[in-house]
Design a protein around this ligand. Sequence first.
Ligand code: SAM
Ligand code: DTB
Ligand code: SF4
Length: 341
Amino acid sequence: MAIRLTDPAPAAGNLPSPDAHPDIRHDWTRAAAEALLALPFNDLVFRAQILHRRYFDANEVQLSTLLNIKDGGCPEDCKYCAQSARYDTEFKAKKLMDTAAVVAKAREARAAGAQRFCMGAAWRSPRDHELDAVCAMVAEVKALGLETCATLGMLSAPQAARLKDAGLDYYNHNLDTSEEYYGEVITTRTYRDRLDTLACVRDAGMKVCCGGILGLGEGEADRASLLVTLANLDPHPESVPVNMLVAIEGTPYADNAPIDPIDFVRIIAAARVMMPASVVRFAAGRLTLDAATQALAFLAGANSIFYGEKLLTTPNPEAREDRELFARLGLRPMGDGSAPA
Ligand code: SAM
Ligand code: DTB
Ligand code: SF4
């Protein structure tokens, strides 16, 4: 069964009638995505919730913990980023962390209840000796029984194959925004470069984690366009992080206005409808939203969060606060067992 935008909203408690469109499709148009985003909020969230329940346990949320294994000094010019060497931010370049220190952090994340450990590096793309070190980290983190994820910048096909061989489950590489708006945000690599890296990751047999950021000054059409590009990837990314801009002092986007949380929830819901079997992550920005708004995001189909007090360079809610939020909402960590109290 699938839902068509032209269908009347189904009565509460009833599933929509079958029709010709499968739930999982790769022929989205910007007009269809814009129509989805323009639905009355309750109708959009209801559609998202139906699909969410068809593919997932609606009370389970996947927990990923992030660690920045290489801070700052990045040559790229992403206008949102604390770690670009081009902007005068408080984050200075450091060396790549030691494997032992990374593994210690992964153990802590596992003990706190994380299922996935995501290692980020402020690189345009890794050099060979850097990739050797990351492969060693991936193998050791995997041996702890955690799912592994890395975000290291652009990859070639042989680099992707090496990470896969080391045991990397997911590679995160975001499209960030629409192809049309992209040039406003980053000039040092192209949209095509990003799509090429995603193809290398897919061809190497890894799962794709790919999403974007809201609050870069993009318009409604750009948000729809980003969703269309993501949803027309075949297969869909297994993980779709939706970030709210964390405005960083010293970057060109330091003074960007925060996005309307209701618009944020709409994007989550539209991502759920357009990629129903993907895990949709409510990624950066949770610290600025209250429990009720976060609850709305889960209702709209978000089923993953970054878990642990730090993202890459900026704070995230404390693990204890998230455990309390889960208890209030009756949510459980996805997979095997619950986070310790
Ligand atoms: N250097 C690598 C790259 O850019 O591919 C990996 C790390 S990079 C920091 C990973 C992603 O984090 C970016 O593509 C962006 O989507 C997100 N991100 C970075 N800074 C952010 C910010 N200030 N607010 C929200 N999301 C951000
Ligand atoms: C993603 O989509 N969001 C994460 C992760 N992938 C690497 C990064 C968020 C960064 C937020 C700003 C910071 O902490 O520097
Ligand atoms: Fe570098 Fe990644 Fe930051 Fe862009 S987002 S400046 S590539 S660390």
